[in-house]
Design a binder for this molecule. Structure first.
Ligand code: PXP
Length: 247
C-alpha cells in the first residue's frame, strides 16, 4: 500500500501570514522542506492541490517540488482550461481532477464525472498525451466509476470522507459502498487510490476495501506533525499502513 502525502496545509499556514509578501526573505513554513520531510518519513508520492483561487498552494510551489523532489508528484486541480495549461507546463506524474467551490473549506464530495463526460474527454486526452496519468476524485458510486473509465482516466481516487465522518451503521453502509465501487473499478481496469479523512484511527477499517493501491493523506499528518514533527508523523502513518494486511 503506497502513501501519498498531501502537504497543502503547509501552504495554508504560510498564506495565513505571508500571502501578500511571498517574496519576502522571512516567509515560512517552507513547502520544499515539508516535501523533503515527507519523503524522509516514507512518503511514496507528494500531493499538491493548486486551487484556481491560489488560496494556499501557488503555481511556483508545485514547480519547485516538481524540480527538487524525485518522488512522483500528484497535482490536484479543477478541470478548467487555465489549470489544464498549468498542468501541461508542470507535467506531473499524476493529475487528479477534483471539484472546486470557492466557499468550501476542503474538497467536499467527489467530481461529478458522469455529467461532464464530453467536456472532460479532450482535457484528459491532452494530459495523457503530455505524460501524466489522470485520476478522478469520485464518490464511491458505480455511475461515477463507469464515467471515469468513459472519459479515459486510468485511475480513480475514491472519496473516503463519508466513511470517515460516520460511525456505526452508516459507517458500515459507507464501507460497503467503497467495497462495491472498488470491485467494479478493478473489473474495468482502473487503478484505485483512496483519500479524505483517513486517520490512524480508521486506517484498519479500510483494509476490507479491496484493490486500493495508494492512500492519500493530508490533514491528520500535518496536525500530528505539530506534536512530533512532519518526518515522524509521516513515518508513524507509514508504519501503521505497513502493519495492516491489505486485501
Ligand atoms: N484526496 C483529495 C482529492 C483531497 O482533496 C484531499 C484533501 O485535500 C485529500 C485526499 C486528503 O484528505 P485529508 O486532508 O482529509 O487527509
Amino acid at each position: 500500500m503506497l502513501l501519498g502525502v498531501n502537504i497543502d496545509h503547509i501552504a495554508t499556514l504560510r498564506q495565513a501570514r505571508y500571502s501578500s509578501m511571498l517574496d519576502s526573505h522571512n516567509v515560512e513554513p517552507c513547502i520544499l522542506s515539508a516535501a523533503q520531510a515527507a519523503q524522509a518519513g516514507g512518503a511514496d508520492s507528494i500531493t499538491i492541490h493548486v486551487r484556481e483561487d491560489l488560496r494556499h498552494m501557488q503555481k511556483e510551489d508545485a514547480r519547485i517540488v516538481r524540480r527538487e523532489i524525485a518522488l512522483p508528484l500528484n497535482l490536484e486541480m479543477a478541470a478548467t482550461q487555465s489549470m489544464l495549461e498549468f498542468a501541461l507546463e508542470l507535467c506531473p506524474d499524476y493529475v487528479c481532477l477534483v471539484p472546486e467551490r470557492r466557499e468550501e473549506v476542503t474538497t467536499e464530495g467527489g467530481l461529478d464525472v458522469a455529467s461532464r463526460i464530453e467536456e472532460l474527454k479532450p482535457l484528459i486526452a491532452q494530459l495523457k498525451a503530455n505524460g501524466s496519468q489522470v485520476s478522478m476524485f469520485i464518490d464511491p458510486d458505480l455511475n461515477q466509476v463507469e464515467a471515469s473509465k468513459a472519459v479515459g482516466a486510468t485511475m480513480i481516487e475514491l472519496h473516503t470522507g463519508c466513511f470517515a465522518n460516520n460511525l456505526g451503521e452508516q459507517r458500515q453502509v459507507e464501507t460497503e459502498r467503497l467495497i462495491t465501487a472498488a470491485q467494479y473499478a478493478q473489473s474495468i481496469q482502473l487503478e484505485i487510490h483512496a483519500g479524505h479523512g483517513i486517520q490512524l484511527s480508521n486506517l484498519a477499517e479500510l483494509a476490507s476495501i479491496p484493490h486500493i493501491q495508494e492512500l492519500n493523506i493530508g490533514h491528520t499528518i500535518i496536525a500530528r506533525a505539530l506534536s512530533i514533527g512532519l518526518q515522524s508523523a509521516v513515518r508513524e502513518m507509514r508504519s501503521a499502513i505497513d502493519a495492516i494486511a491489505w486485501s
